[in-house]
Ligand binder design. Structure first.
Ligand code: ATP
Ligand code: MG
Length: 248
């Protein structure tokens, strides 16, 4: 992964985004260092997906600053999208194409064709079974679709990976596989911003966990170097306290 050490994969400062007549993000600040895994939690409608769309340059901002590897998506959206790998909750692939053909196609569209051997190495490193490489994506499970998309992200050398609820609908073994895959991406220096409702998965995988409330990061927890990495009771209380309708 080629990255300049002094430029962070993501910096957001005091971001304000209005959707309809609502200030969905209202002073959100968040920075990620290379290799960091940040889990972003918050109630439905809290602004988690909005944060991801803002990073991708799909939403105009009212104020604040945002940069991806030193580039502002408002000024150079294409350059930013070339550096970011975004996985929506359900990864879209061309069903009539194989995993290999999907990756070849998306690389060609992005202007970075790769030799066959690189694609196979990427499939191996994400744990996509060799029997799937030339099978049609129509038959793929959610986990296989994610692995294909992450192989593509590796080949594109994206320094920042955005994930929206990646483990919802995965069985526990597939979710554990996925978290292991994130750890290996992190070891390669990829920064990961993961929106999730899975508190335990976040506590297993993330270096930091943030809670969005009232349009900003209202609470944040940092993993400790020794087990347990996070105080689960404190996390749970933090989230329960964030739900206005939670029983007292
Ligand atoms: N297309 C839209 N037009 C106008 N307002 C929108 C639109 N999409 C979202 N919003 C507003 O932005 C708020 C935040 O939405 P967002 O999708 O970011 O929430 P979220 O935290 O991802 O929630 P969830 O957990 O349900 O996915 C919503 O409550 C809604 O008020
Ligand atoms: Mg969402």
């Amino acid at each position: 992964m080629v990255m300049q050490p002094d430029i962070l994969p993501l910096t957001i400062h005091d971001l304000v985004i209005t959707r309809g007549d609502r200030r969905v993000l209202d002073g959100l600040s968040l920075s990620l260092a290379p290799g960091e895994i940040y889990a972003l939690l918050g109630g439905n409608g809290a602004g988690k997906s909005t944060t991801l769309f803002a990073i991708l340059g799909f939403l105009a901002r009212s104020s604040g600053t945002l940069s991806v590897a030193g580039t502002d998506p408002a000024e150079a959206p294409d350059a930013v999208r070339a550096r970011v790998a975004y996985l929506p909750e359900n990864v879209a692939l061309y069903d009539h194409l194989s995993a290999r053909e999907n990756v070849d196609y998306f690389l060609k569209v992005a202007g970075t064709p790769r030799p066959r051997v690189d694609v196979e190495a990427a499939f191996e490193s994400v744990g996509l079974a060799a029997s799937a490489w030339d099978a049609r994506a129509a038959s793929f499970s959610k986990g296989m679709r994610q692995k294909t998309a992450i192989a593509l992200a590796l080949l594109r050398q994206a320094p920042l990976l955005l994930l929206d609820e990646p483990t919802s609908g995965l069985d526990p073994a597939a979710a554990a596989d996925f978290h292991a895959l994130l750890a290996s991406l992190s070891a390669r220096g990829v920064a990961v911003l993961m929106v999730t409702h899975d508190l335990l998965g976040a506590a297993d995988t993330a270096n930091r966990i943030g809670l969005i409330q009232a349009g900003r990061i209202a609470r944040e927890w940092t993993a400790s170097d020794t087990a347990p990495r996070f105080d689960l009771n404190a996390l749970h209380d933090g989230f329960a306290g964030a739900r206005a309708w939670a029983p007292a």
